[in-house]
Design a binder for this molecule. Structure first.
Ligand SMILES: *Cc1c(COP(=O)(O)O)cnc(C)c1O
Length: 223
């Protein structure tokens, strides 16, 4: 299946799922997760006019997009993976949204980098809804303090992001993230991937992050 065929099938499914929850389909953004995909599939997407992409590693994203981005002024890149403080400046220069803000030190580094670059990049706070030791994200009980801290630094925090534990029913985590977002008056909710995006939309997602269903299986194994 070509990118365009996959896209139209998924877009229809998103629109139908949204309608079933009484929501407008165009209120839900589909982030095409291009990590570890062969370049020809990305070229297909760009030729088809697609402009919203997600990457989970700063270096891989730079290699793929830094030279391409200037050719497409309307291209938007979301960072959806963990961010180390030594890569913050590169990330703040390349990405249009950082979805993985999860600690005060990273907020400090992002604020400093944005100031230096003269560029304001919207952020989402990643919440570790499953309280998994190995997973990035702020613990739910630490969210209010991080939100206040990041805003105090002048960061534009627009919403929340989560990746539910693999073995857990995702819907519970999506509903929890929605509750947290509502409590703090945050409008953006990035949740749902190839396997669970319908549940995420039913729970209130505004952004779903879809890779393999859109592009096909990834080429390289995620490290
Ligand atoms: C890889 C990745 C996705 C996309 O996963 P698929 O199952 O291929 O849709 C979504 N979100 C994050 C954070 C990812 O790392």
């Amino acid at each position: 299946m070509s990118f365009s065929e996959n896209l139209s099938r998924i877009r229809t499914s998103i629109d139908n799922t949204a309608a079933a929850s009484g929501r407008a389909g165009d209120s839900i953004h589909l982030i095409a997760v291009s990590k570890q995909q062969p370049q020809e599939r990305i070229e297909q997407a760009l030729s088809a006019g697609y402009r919203l992409f997600g990457e989970n590693r700063v270096q891989e994203a730079s290699a793929r997009w830094a030279a391409v981005k200037p050719r497409y002024p309307d291209l938007r890149l979301h960072l959806i993976g963990p961010l180390q403080t030594n890569k913050v400046e590169e990330a703040a220069a390349l990405f249009d949204c950082i979805e993985s803000l999860d600690r005060p030190k990273l907020a400090d580094a992002l604020a400093a980098a944005m100031k230096k670059l003269g560029r304001s990049v919207p952020c989402l706070i990643q919440v570790n809804t499953g309280q998994e030791a190995q997973k990035a994200g702020v613990a739910p009980q630490d969210l209010p303090a991080l939100l206040e801290y990041a805003r105090g630094l002048g960061l534009s925090v627009q919403g929340l992001m989560c990746i539910p534990p693999v073995e857990a029913p995702a819907g519970v985590h999506f509903a929890f993230l929605k509750t947290l977002a509502d409590r703090h008056g945050l409008s953006v909710l990035s949740m749902g991937m190839s396997g669970d995006y319908k549940k995420a939309i039913a729970a209130g997602a505004t952004h779903v992050r879809i890779g393999s269903l859109l592009f096909g299986e990834r080429e390289r194994i995620s490290r």
